[in-house]
Design a protein around this ligand. Sequence first.
Ligand code: NAP
Length: 457
Amino acid sequence: MPYQTVNPFNNKLIKTYPDHSDQQVQQALDRAHRLYKSEWSQGPVQSRVQVLHKLSALIAARVDDLAKIASEEMGKLIEQSRGEVKLCAAIASYYAEHAETFLQPTRYPTDLGEAWVENSPIGVLVAVEPWNFPYYQLMRVLAPNLAAGNPILVKHASIVPHCAEVFEQLVHEAGAPEGAYTNLFISTDQVGTLIDDDRVQGVALTGSEKAGSIVAARAASKLKKSTLELGGNDIFAVLDDCDLEKAIKAAAQARLSNCGQVCTAAKRFIVHEKVADAFLKGFTAQMQAVKPGDPLDPQTTLGPLSSAQALKDLAKQVDEAVKAGATLHLGGKKVENTDGNFYQPTILTGITRDNPAYFQEFFGPVAQVYVVKDDEELVTLANDSHYGLGGAIFTQDTARGKALASRIETGMVYINSATDTAPELPFGGVKRSGYGRELSDLGIKEFVNQKLVVIAK
Ligand code: NAP
């Protein structure tokens, strides 16, 4: 696919970016590998975290500018783009402050003598990233790995080349040496060739199951480590004792934020039968109340989907769900009289297990609502999914919420909040949502050599 900026609000082509040749890719890899062998990567962390301090400040100073680029390129509401940019500054700052502590050697008491595990960089990494959070996805990989000393070669999604380019410029402006971070406009074949190269030692991918399995298989064939942050079909559980007003508001936000294109968005709403009618009424009202429009206009509350293809795919998925017996409670159509990729907020009910929608992730403003009679049925339904990313439970009984959280097969569960993210909290899933963790102290340990050193007695 060509790397192009197409404004999803009107489908106008803004710019096409030239691809990197095989020769340019090899040169980038040479630079990255040279850096890995240098004092910069192998030496103390202090000089590397200085770059992160500076990067955080640069990003914080350019919030509006960076937000506008993202909104124009992938359709996120401007206020949400601002939030994403600020989060990136916070992640850079978090690792700037904490990386040294996280990378400290750990002592191991042993009868053999003095022993410790030190955390060394492992080499050049390849990162393959998606468009839905076009800066945050990059920062989740960059900040911990720059601190750890691993140079990074990035293949960003082909629909967000402008974000990819400005992010790279910022990293360089912050003082990162040549080879520390390189954006590459490359094909999937070129990604494969990079993964095969002995100088590449790890691969991080955020994206679909399909891309994840291809890239991870390629890495595995060369016995290289990978981390995968893939899709999700997160539950949003509404228990009979919850603060219903709060739950309804959070439910609509959790399904509509970023126009529903969030891996950890609430996608399956599992509601206790005692509050089902009231929930559906309130949720429908909130989902209906949106104002589609230009994502740059602060009055807009529903932006376009990221591409014409995304709109086509989502509309097809909903049509197929209805054909297979689901009830269309709300929406179910493209928004008319617009050149952009707008889809109506949609609610599907009556989805049976033999409906393909039951196991599918809807990457857009489409909610599936299920009604259950008790907590047992809730847990069974929640875990009857190929995915295991996040989940939310709304209840006023914390003990009940905690007990349920322990039984939900996901990498993250939030009680009385939609699934969220913060620099200090680990992010990642289980099952077909992938493996490995990003952010927090766990994120920085994914691609380090935890090397044991023993001084014998
Ligand atoms: P996608 O098609 O997998 O794209 C993600 C990235 O992978 C893009 O850079 C894409 O490049 C690249 N790619 C695709 N096929 C590849 C291959 N065979 N080899 C190498 N690279 C390849 O994902 P998407 O459909 O755009 O994004 C939505 C999916 O990502 C959803 O399932 C969502 O839940 C998931 N996601 C997960 C997280 C998380 O943290 N768990 C976060 C965001 C999104 P091109 O753009 O050039 O195709």
